[in-house]
Design a protein around this ligand. Sequence first.
Ligand code: NAP
Ligand code: MG
Length: 485
Amino acid sequence: MKNALSLPFASDHCFIGGVWREGALSDRLPLLDPSTAQPLCEIARGSTADIDAAVAAAKVAHEGPWGRSTALERGRVLAKLGQLILEHTEQLARLEACDVGKPLTQARADALALARYLEFYAGAADKIHGETLPYLDGYTVYTLREPHGVTGHIIPWNYPMQIIGRSVGAALTMGNTCVLKPAEQACLTALMFAELARQAGLPDGVLNVVPGLGEEAGAALAAHPQINHISFTGSVSVGAKIQAGAAPNIVPVTLELGGKSPQLIFDDADIDAAIPFLINAGIQNAGQTCSASSRLLVQRGVYVQVVEKLSARYSALRVGPALEDFDVGPLISQAQQALVESFIAQASDLAAPVRGAITDHASNNGFYFAPALYTDVPAGHILAQQEIFGPVQVVIPFDDEQQAVDIANGTDFGLVASVWSAHGGRQMRLAKALKAGQIFINNYGAGGGVELPFGGIGKSGHGREKGFEALYGFSTLKTVAAHHG
Ligand code: NAP
Ligand code: MG
C-alpha cells in the first residue's frame, strides 16, 4: 500500500481491529502541507459507524488476551514499539514536518519524544502496583490497579506524536485498549504509529485509529456508551463539549486544554541564560503549543536590557518551509493564520511589535506569519489574556514580587509558569504562589520531560498525563478486604 508520500499504510483508511479498512462512508478529506498549501494526500472521513466498529474491536480486544496480559508482556510490546519508532525517526519527522508545518529539527524532537514515552512506559509497566493497607485485626487489605477498559483519545494537530505517546502510551501500559481520533488537519504520524504498533505485535483491536471530523467521529467517540475513559487534548470550547458528551456515561475525562503561561524575570536573574528560553517557549511550533510561554513579565530594573536582547533575537528570526528547517515554520492552516492576524488587528493601541522575517523561501500560498514581540503591554490587554496560538509574545513590566504574582495568576488559565531569579527563598515562595500545573525555576520546559506529570488548573483543564501520574489516571483502584480471623 503506497501512495505519493511512499507511506507504508493506506492514508485514506481507518485502522480498526488490526486491519486497514475503508471508512463506512467512503468519503475522504484532503490533508494539506501548510508550507505550500498543496494537498499531501487524502484521509478517511471516519463516521459514527467507524467509531462503533473501532469501539467494538477495542472491547473484544480488552476482553481477550490483552485484558489478561501481564505487565511484563505489555512492557515488552511497548519497548519493541519504542524501538521501531526510533528506527523510523527520520520518516516520522518528515511526515510531521509536511503535515503540521513543523521545522524538521522540532519534528525530529517529537519523534524522539514519542520513542521516549514508549521506553519510559515500557519500563514502568511492571513497577506500578497496589498497596497493602493497615486495617482491623484478622483482616488483610490490599489494592489492585486495574485498567478502565476501552479508552478514547481525541487529540489536536499541533503535537500528534508527543500527545499519542503520553496518552495512548500510558493507557496501553495499564492494559487498556484504545480508540484514537486524530485531528483532521494532521494525522499521518498517528496512522504511521498504528502501522508500527501492528509491526511490533500489538494484538488486533488493542489500538484503533479513526481519522475524521471532530463534530462527527470525535463527538461519536466522546459520547460512546462503551467507552470507559476519555482523554482529550485541545481547545477549551471543545473540551467542554467532550465533557458534556461523556457525562451521561459517568466516565472519567482528562482534559488538557490551553494556556497563557508566564515567565517571571527578576532583577537578579541570569538574563543571558534566560533569553533563549524566553523566546523558544514562544516560537516553538510557531507558538502553536498549549504550554507556549506567551507572557514575559520583567522586573523594572532589567526591563530595558531584557527588551533590547529579546528584540535583537526577534528581528533575526527567520520563517520558512518546514523541511528547510528555519527558526519558525508556517501555521497549521489558513484559518489559524486569519485567527492570529485578527489578534494583531486588535493591538493597534500598542507600540508596533518587533517582527521576525518571512524568507523568500516561503511559498506565497503557505500559511506564514512573522513572529511578533509586543512590549509595555498592559496585563489586562486582550493579547495578554487570550490564548493566541501563534508566535506572538507580550512583555509586561512589574515592580515587585507581589505584583508579578498577581499578573501571572491573572488569567483564566494555569498550565505552566517559570521563575528566573537567583534568590532561593523567592524561588520557593513563587513555586507555591503561582497557579499552574508545572513550575520551572531558571528554565522553561514547554511540555518537555516524559517523566514530569503535566496538566492544568482552571481553564487549562484537569487530570494529569505524563510520568507515573498518568498511570494512575489510566487505571482504577480496587480495594480488597479479606477477613481471615
Ligand atoms: P480543537 O479544535 O479543540 O480540536 C482538538 C480535537 O478535538 C481534534 O481532533 C478535533 O477534531 C476534535 N474535535 C473538534 N470538535 C469536536 C467535537 N465537537 N467533539 C469531539 N471532538 C471534537 O483544538 P485544535 O484547534 O486542534 O488545537 C488547538 C487548541 O488545543 C488550543 O487551544 C491549545 O491550547 C489546545 N492544546 C492543548 C494541549 C495541552 O496539552 N493542554 C496540547 C495541544 C493543544 P478536528 O480537528 O478533526 O475537527
Ligand atoms: Mg496537514
